[in-house]
Ligand binder design. Structure first.
Ligand code: YXS
Length: 271
């Protein structure tokens, strides 16, 4: 089956395109100039689209970039990272808002992935309920590239989704892994030839829309609540926050951002 016809509910925003057809919502990142970096403007549009889909009773959402994209998303917008003295991935950070938006949406969200997925966009993609990729999909977890202290919720979510030793390798090397390896380690549910990606994705979306929306909504929320159910003492949480503060208050944190913006290699000092 083909992807939904151009629906009568197409909304073109500045940085995304949203469309609802056959009870399937589609959000297309459309800011290739900045490689679909997850900035506050793009996430704001994405959250508005999700709210509209929820009000209109969408039974499945597809999150994608434009067909043939070389970069699905370059991750958090580095220019929006706080310079120093503030937690760069706090609860209300735009990346966190986007991830909660996907995890709390009352219907399955399928990530349809072509191209590179970088930094926090990897967490966004694997927090979608069903990640489906083409052979062009790659995944790189890059806090170490920028000098960012990834947040405990994000680390726990990634630990829940992929093998711990693989997660550590991705955090410690910041190197992209290809679609085949992403399939092997559990980042992707399906690896589909590029020419079949849309049809495969929307076939699955249609299957979901024909099942009980209430049963699916409640199962999705149960999985989210149970996956989060890991006791963490307040002392452990505070120790983690103290460790992270050491990083985002450091010279290296500022150096990582400056180096990216000046298009040069960072000079790490370990302080
Ligand atoms: O120089 P102009 O103005 O044309 O802008 C360039 C890039 O600066 C911009 N851009 C970004 N701007 C803000 N935040 C970003 N993450 C970002 N990525 C790219 O987009 C314009 C085109 O980029 P360019 O010329 O590099 O494109 P390319 O096709 O040669 O390379 C595409 C990428 C994605 C390989 C390259 O742009 C890249 O390496 N981007 C950074 C990927 C990354 O490290 N993302 C992590 C962001 S930080 C994050 O997600 C978390 C906080 S964490 O670090 O904890 O994971």
């Amino acid at each position: 089956m083909l992807p939904p016809r151009r629906g009568n509910e197409v909304t073109i925003m500045a940085l995304i395109r949203s469309e609802l057809e056959d009870r399937i919502g589609t959000i297309t990142f459309d800011n290739d100039t900045k490689r679909n970096a997850l900035n506050s403007a793009l996430i704001g549009e994405m959250m508005r689209a999700l709210a509209a889909f929820k009000a209109q009773g969408a039974r499945c959402v597809v999150l994608r970039a434009r067909k043939g994209a070389k970069v699905w998303s370059a991750g958090h917008d580095i220019s929006e990272l706080p310079r120093s003295g503030r937690d760069p991935l706090a609860y209300n950070d735009t990346l966190e808002v986007a991830i909660r938006g996907v995890r709390e949406f009352p219907a399955p969200v399928i990530a349809m992935i072509e191209g590179g997925v970088w930094g926090g966009a990897v967490e966004l993609a694997i927090c979608c309920d069903i990640p489906i990729g083409s052979p062009t999909a790659t995944f790189a977890i890059t806090p170490a590239r920028i000098g960012v202290p990834y947040n405990p919720a994000g680390i726990l979510r990634i630990m829940n989704e992929i093998d711990l030793s693989v997660a550590k390798e991705m955090f410690f090397t910041a190197k992209p892994i290809d679609a085949t390896r992403a399939m092997a380690v559990g980042i992707l549910n399906h690896l589909v030839p590029t020419e079949d990606l849309e049809t495969f994705t929307y076939d699955m979306a249609r299957t979901i829309t024909e099942l009980s929306p209430l049963a699916i909504e409640v199962m999705k929320e149960q999985v989210r609540l149970l996956a989060n159910a890991r006791p963490l003492s307040p002392e452990t949480f505070e120790r983690i926050q103290g460790l992270r503060r050491r990083v985002y208050d450091s010279h290296d944190y500022q150096e990582g951002i400056a180096a990216f913006e000046e298009k040069r290699k960072p000079q790490w000092t370990g302080r």
